[in-house]
Design a protein around this ligand. Structure first.
Ligand SMILES: Nc1ncnc2c1ncn2[C@@H]1O[C@H](COP(=O)(O)OP(=O)(O)OP(=O)(O)O)[C@@H](O)[C@H]1O
Length: 457
């Protein structure tokens, strides 16, 4: 049976007793009682409530501060306000939209019963609606996550239960294992799913701007900080391993004593934070806090049984995205995919599939349509290179690598730069810059007439 969590905020023991008596015998009620605003705040931080009853009789204007904090809670609770009897009739209250029922005190037993009944019915309906929405969300979210190995099933279970909590979560795993996908799933499955999801890519920000962005408000920043934009939702700090000491300290403050409207904080890393704490590069007190909620994504090579479902899922997804007719994977290619070590994990698999879609000329993608072993290292062993200084030798090796690698891409794309860029996971402009730097022209790879199957850029 659904149980309704209730918080009664009142200094008056008579109110506690009367309300508890009115609810007595109702098995769905489990009221917590608190006497002052400070204790109430602690309760609100610790858990979510379906129903909050606030005694507002002796405090002048209706408890503005606490009401403001309640207004920021997600999901929004049902709120009952207890007022001195006379003031019930005194027009609208400043926070009227937040308040669902007002009880004039002392109430008649009948009016108290009916007010509580209405509020509890409302809470039950909201809880049923939330459950249904959660069920639909799970279905949609999990249909975007492929893989049915035992480790993937365990991962889904951990993800679902972590999503239901309120604490911060650390997502670890090698590059390309799906950490960002997991962060988005955690947000979508959480009770904050209606709120915003903001991602901060830590390595691409300076310590100062990261610090500024993590502030509830910042005098120096003209635009809203990411913290503000993520209020009521989730803030995802991607790649936190190298954040500076000041950011680490502020993060720890947010996680321990941040304001109640602090967004839920998710973090990711592909590094070993525990060894970073040993070398004092990462605050051990922060590490202890963030690893309390931990989700680890195993590398693809440790779950080869996930490769076929992932390959099929990514094939369908990318054919749709690239507006290509449905294709299939030849059995020989699937065998090669299963045997490949996938150091770049699912992102590498996805890029391989994109390559196959773009370069296969039939409906079936075969081994000849993909590049699994990557280009062979070029030139570094030549005698001439060994005589050059390090900088020149490196530049020469890079030139050779780029000419062969990009040359092969352009050959396959018949000189089409956009297509070549997409196949290797670069932006068109970035590929063009590299081509310019290493003096690579698409001309020789283009068909001689405009109608020999070349693609317009
Ligand atoms: N289980 C999965 N099912 C379907 N697609 C997946 C799965 N895991 C990852 N992907 C896809 O693989 C790609 C890489 O995933 P993502 O960006 O989440 O990895 P990451 O671990 O955050 O990578 P990085 O550390 O390099 O930032 C994305 O396109 C993502 O949608």
């Amino acid at each position: 049976m659904t149980s309704i969590t209730i918080l009664i905020i009142s200094r008056d023991p008579e109110i506690h007793a009367t309300l508890q008596e009115a609810m007595d015998g109702n098995p769905i009620c489990s009221p917590d009682v608190t006497t002052g605003s400070k204790a109430a705040r602690e309760c609100l931080l610790a858990q979510g409530y379906d129903l909050i009853i606030i005694d507002d009789r002796n405090t002048g204007p209706p408890s503005g501060d606490i009401l403001q904090e309640i207004a920021a809670l997600r999901p929004a609770p049902t709120v009952i306000l207890i007022r001195p009897e006379a003031s019930v009739l005194q027009g609208l209250l400043p926070n009227e939209p937040l308040i669902h029922e007002i009880i004039g005190w002392p109430p008649s037993p009948a009016s108290l019963q009916s007010c509580l009944r209405r509020a509890l019915e409302r809470c039950l309906l909201i809880s049923e609606k939330n459950k249904l929405e959660q069920h639909c969300r799970c279905h949609t979210i999990f249909s975007n996550i492929a893989g049915h190995s035992t480790s993937m099933k365990e991962l889904m279970d951990t993800l679902t239960s972590l999503a239901e909590g309120k604490g911060s979560i650390l997502i670890t795993g090698e590059s390309g294992t799906g950490k960002e996908l997991a962060a988005r799933a955690l947000h979508s499955l959480s009770e904050r799913s209606a709120g915003p999801f903001r991602r901060l890519h830590c390595p691409s920000m300076s310590e100062d701007s990261l610090l500024e962005d993590l502030c509830p408000s910042s005098a120096t920043k003209k635009t809203e900080t990411s913290f503000e934009k993520a209020k009521g939702g989730t803030l995802f700090l991607d790649e936190i391993a190298n954040i500076g000491p000041a950011v680490q300290e502020h993060l720890e403050y947010l996680m321990t004593a941040g304001p109640p409207d602090t967004p839920r904080i998710l973090m990711s890393t592909n590094q070993d934070l525990s060894s970073k704490t040993e070398t004092k590069l990462f605050r051990s007190s922060l590490y202890e806090k963030i690893r309390a909620g931990h989700l680890h994504l195993p590398p693809l090579r440790k779950r080869p049984e996930d490769i076929p479902p992932l390959a099929h899922y990514l094939l369908e997804k990318q054919c749709h995205k690239l507006k290509k007719p449905g294709k299939s994977i030849a059995p020989e290619l699937m065998k090669r995919l299963m045997a490949h070590p996938w150091e770049g994990n699912i992102r590498e698999l996805e890029n391989t599939i994109i390559h196959g879609i773009l370069f296969s000329s039939t409906q079936k993608i075969g081994t000849e349509d993909v590049q699994l072993s990557g280009p062979r290292p070029v030139g570094p062993c030549s005698a001439a290179l060994h005589q050059a200084n390090y900088k020149d030798a490196k530049e020469e090796a890079l030139k050779g690598f780029n000419q062969i690698y990009i040359g092969r891409l352009l050959k396959r794309s018949k000189g089409n730069i956009s297509l070549a860029a997409r196949a290797c996971g670069l932006e068109r402009q970035a590929l063009q810059q590299i081509m310019k730097r290493y003096d690579i022209s698409p001309g020789p790879y283009r068909p001689r007439t405009g109608c020999e199957g070349g693609y317009p850029d």
